[in-house]
Ligand binder design. Structure first.
Ligand code: TXA
Ligand code: MG
Length: 328
C-alpha cells in the first residue's frame, strides 16, 4: 500500500523512520518530486534503480539540508563553488564535486564524483534536517517517463511499490535542477535547468556548457537517455510550421479523435477554438507548467501537438531541451 501524506511534523518523522530503515520515500522539492533513499545504504540505493527501471550507469544526486557540512561528503571544494553555494543554494542547483566515497558506489555508479543538491522547498529542508544524512533521489518517475510535479504523479508511477509519498502540493519550478560540474577551473553545465548560464556567470565570470556528441560518453549520463516521454502520441512543430500542425490536428478531429495543442501565449493566438494545453507566457511559467501539462495531455489527448515556444531568455534552453526530448 502506498500512502500519500501531508508534510506535517508527524508524517515527516514517519518518512524519516522509513528512510533510515532502508525504504524509499517520495518527497517534494521546488523542481520536481524526488524518490529518496539513504545514500549510505547499498540495498536501499539499489532498490531505486530497480523500481524506476533506471540504467545502472546513471548516477544519483545526494540531497542534504542547508546546514549540512559538505566536507563530510566531498573534497577539493573550489572557492568559486563556495560563491555559487552562497548565491544559489538552497535552490535548484546541483554541484558535482570529487567524492569522498561516503555516498555508496551504487549511487555514483563508480564515478569518483558526487552530485550534491540543497533543495529550497520547505518540506524537503525539514525532512533532510530530520534525517541529517545524504538522501539520494532521482526524479520520482519511472525511467523515461515525464518527471512528476505532484504527489499524484508519483503515485501513478509507483503505486504499491513504495510505502510513502509526502505531499507538498505542486512543485513551483517544474523542471529539474541545473547540474554543474565544479571540479574544474571553470564550471561546466552538464544539464540545463532553472539556474541559467547567465546566473552562474554573474557569480563566477565564466561558465562552459557541455556538448554531447552522438556516440560519445556524456559527463552527465542522464542527458543521453530517452526521457520525459508521455504515454500518448506526440508531435513537435516550430511556430513557422503552424499551418502543418493545424492540418495534423484536423486529421485527428476527422477520425473522431481528441488532439490537443501544447503551446505558449504566442502560438495560442493562432489556435483559437482548439483544444489547448496552455504552457504560459514567460520561460519561467512554461518551465513550471511543462511536465504538469504533459501529464495532463497523456490522460486526455490522443495526440499532443506541441509548438516550440518563442525564445524569451531565462530558462528557455532548459525548457526547449526537455520539450524536444518529450516529443522525440
Ligand atoms: O531537480 C532535480 O535535480 C531532481 C530533484 C528530485 O532534486 N532530481 C533529478 O534527478 O532530476 P535525476 O536522477 O532525474 O537526474 C540527475 C542527473 C542525471 O542527468 C545524472 O546523470 C546527473 O544528474 N548526475 C548525477 N550524479 C552525477 C555525477 N556525479 N556526475 C555527473 N552527472 C551526474
Ligand atoms: Mg529524471
Amino acid at each position: 500500500m502506498t500512502k500519500i501524506l501531508k508534510a506535517t511534523k508527524d508524517n515527516l518523522i514517519k518518512a524519516k523512520e522509513l528512510l533510515l530503515n532502508g525504504e524509499l520515500v517520495g518527497f517534494p522539492t521546488e523542481t520536481v518530486y524526488g524518490l529518496g533513499a539513504d545514500g549510505t545504504n547499498k540495498k536501499a540505493v539499489s532498490e531505486i534503480y530497480k523500481v524506476k527501471g533506471r540504467p545502472s550507469d546513471n548516477p544519483l544526486i545526494a540531497h542534504v539540508h542547508k546546514d549540512y557540512d559538505l566536507t563530510k561528503l566531498v573534497k577539493n571544494i573550489r572557492p568559486y563553488a563556495l560563491d555559487l553555494i552562497k548565491a544559489y543554494t538552497p535552490g535548484p542547483l546541483t554541484l558535482v564535486f570529487e567524492s569522498k566515497g561516503v555516498v555508496v558506489d551504487e549511487a555514483t555508479c563508480g564515478l569518483n564524483t558526487l552530485a550534491i543538491r540543497i533543495p529550497l522547498k520547505k518540506e524537503a529542508q525539514e525532512l533532510l534536517k530530520l534525517v541529517d544524512i545524504p538522501i539520494v533521489a532521482p526524479s520520482a518517475n519511472l525511467s523515461k517517463h515525464v518527471s512528476p510535479v505532484t504527489a499524484e504523479h508519483v503515485y501513478k508511477d509507483f503505486e504499491g511499490k513504495i510505502p510513502l509519498i509526502i505531499d507538498g502540493g505542486k512543485c513551483e519550478g517544474g523542471i529539474e535542477s541545473t547540474v554543474l560540474d565544479v571540479t574544474g577551473e571553470v564550471p561546466e553545465i552538464l544539464r540545463a535547468g532553472l539556474i541559467t548560464k547567465e546566473m552562474i556567470e554573474k557569480v563566477v565570470g565564466v561558465c562552459k556548457v557541455a556538448k554531447h556528441k552522438e556516440g560519445e560518453k556524456a559527463k552527465s549520463p542522464g542527458v543521453m537517455y530517452t526521457h520525459y516521454r508521455p504515454k500518448t502520441n506526440t508531435a513537435l512543430f516550430t511556430k513557422e510550421e503552424i499551418q502543418k500542425s493545424i492540418e495534423l490536428y484536423e486529421e485527428y478531429i476527422k477520425q473522431g479523435k481528441t488532439p490537443y495543442f501544447m503551446c505558449d501565449e504566442d502560438a495560442k493566438k493562432d489556435l483559437v477554438g482548439k483544444n489547448i494545453l496552455y504552457l504560459g507566457k514567460t520561460a519561467e511559467d512554461i518551465a513550471s507548467n511543462l511536465y504538469y501539462k504533459l501529464r495532463e495531455g497523456e490522460e486526455k489527448a490522443d495526440i499532443i501537438i506541441a509548438i516550440e515556444p518563442a525564445y524569451n531568455g531565462g530558462v528557455y534552453e532548459g525548457v526547449l531541451n526537455r520539450l524536444r526530448r518529450a516529443c522525440k
